[in-house]
Design a protein around this ligand. Structure first.
Ligand SMILES: [Zn+2]
Length: 401
């Protein structure tokens, strides 16, 4: 995941809280549909109160999702795995946890606290409504019963129910949902094989994904599914979530396999030694004609007396208008070394891969005692993975590079 996704709204427990723009769609959709429903249930409410309660409920929904993700994050931090950020987006929230848990037990607790916190929030809210709401006249029709609730009680009822749905959905036992992680941790504990456990939990995840797609399409064509109902919008929405789950399952599985292959392989195996370099005082014009045109490199470490000062990429060059190339120096356009993602030659490729992804860069300078030892490029990593996944024998034998 990219670090720059969404915009940052604050920081809690050392974790950046971010909102992706797709989340705004959910906020608008929830507010609108709640406002419309309230208009039918509470005919005597002023429009301001109705829309105010709808927007406040949508906001509390956001707080609930955040609490769910925070629960995952705090347990992860307790196990020593730092969490960079929590991003809220179209399908809920995602915590950017730097590493997968190292033990089945850690995975189990980290996964289960999310749905558990949603369950507790939902249960407490509904219980409070049951205890504190003024006694209402018994009514046959649930809509009439809801119509008797005051604004706060109604909001608590809605947010409480949504939290229970959140808990239930996340406990679907398909990887990478929380329930799938719980299933994986149990399989992992039994078999001791993380990759196989992931494969099985992924199959279950894909199975549920297909089930949702098929159910959703059936609903579009008028079939009524228990608890989910029928209709075009509900059906399309369910099919969409199923499709998303299916993709997420496959991608998460691939990520686990790749991590598994790259773990313990030193970056020096696949790095480029003696990469072409440039100096801070070189002009962009000379960089283009002396270095870039003769190679297929996309990035050049900038060295000054053997010291790494930064990295300059094709994208940096493109940002300078052609006519300003002769008078612009590399120093003016490079990414200075303190902002660069770096790695060391004693680190493994799995960690470097994470860094390439989280920093959203295409190459990592590799440092050794303050000296540039080489460069690890994304394409070299991909090349290496290709060698070790497609041509059978390579993966089993001694590692070559
Ligand atoms: Zn969760």
């Amino acid at each position: 995941m990219q670090r720059g996704r969404g915009f940052r709204i604050g920081r809690l427990f050392g974790i950046d809280i971010r909102i992706d723009w797709t989340w705004l769609i959910i906020f608008a959709l929830v507010t609108y549909s709640l406002g419309v429903v309230l208009g039918e249930l509470q005919v005597d409410w002023e429009p301001e109160l109705r829309w105010g309660i709808a927007a406040a409920s949508a906001l509390l929904f956001f707080v609930s999702v955040l609490a769910h993700e925070l629960a995952h994050s705090l347990v992860s931090q307790a196990y020593g795995n730092p969490v960079d950020s929590i991003t809220l987006f179209l399908f809920g929230g995602v915590a950017e946890i730097r590493e997968e848990p190292e033990t089945a037990m850690g995975e189990f607790f980290m996964a289960i606290v999310g749905p558990l916190s949603s369950l507790v929030i939902g249960g407490v809210l509904l219980l409070l409504v049951g205890l504190l709401a003024e006694p209402v006249a018994p009514a046959e029709d649930p809509a009439a019963l809801i119509g008797q609730l005051g604004p706060i009680a109604l909001m608590a009822t809605w947010v409480g129910s949504v939290n229970l749905v959140l808990a239930a959905f996340n406990m679907i036992p398909g990887f990478p949902l929380d329930g799938g992680r719980v299933l994986r941790s149990i399989l992992w504990a039994i078999t001791g094989n993380l990759r196989a456990a992931t494969r099985w939990a992924t199959w279950v995840g894909q199975g549920f994904g297909w089930l949702m797609i098929v159910s959703g399409i059936s609903m579009v064509f008028g079939v009524t599914i228990p608890f989910l109902g029928t209709g075009l919008v509900n059906g399309l929405w369910l099919a969409f979530i199923g499709w998303y789950l299916n993709n997420a399952a496959e991608q998460s599985y691939q990520r686990v396999v790749i991590q598994d292959i790259l773990e313990g392989v030193p970056v020096t195996r696949m790095m480029r030694k003696d990469p072409p370099t440039t100096s801070p005082s070189e002009s962009v014009e000379s960089l283009v004609y002396e270095s870039i045109m003769g190679t297929d490199e996309h990035a050049f470490p900038v060295l000054d007396n053997g010291q790494l000062k930064g990295i300059v990429t094709l994208a940096d060059v493109r940002s300078v208008p052609r006519e300003r190339w002769p008078e612009t120096t590399v120093r003016e356009i490079m990414t200075p070394v303190k902002e660069c993602a770096l790695t060391r030659s004693d680190r493994d490729a799995a960690e470097a891969m994470q860094k390439l992804a989280t920093c959203d860069v295409h190459e990592l300078p590799i440092m050794d005692n303050g000296q540039l030892a080489g460069v690890l490029r994304r394409q070299d990593l991909i090349q290496w993975l290709r060698l070790h996944t497609e041509s059978g024998g390579w993966g089993q034998g001694p590692v070559r590079g």
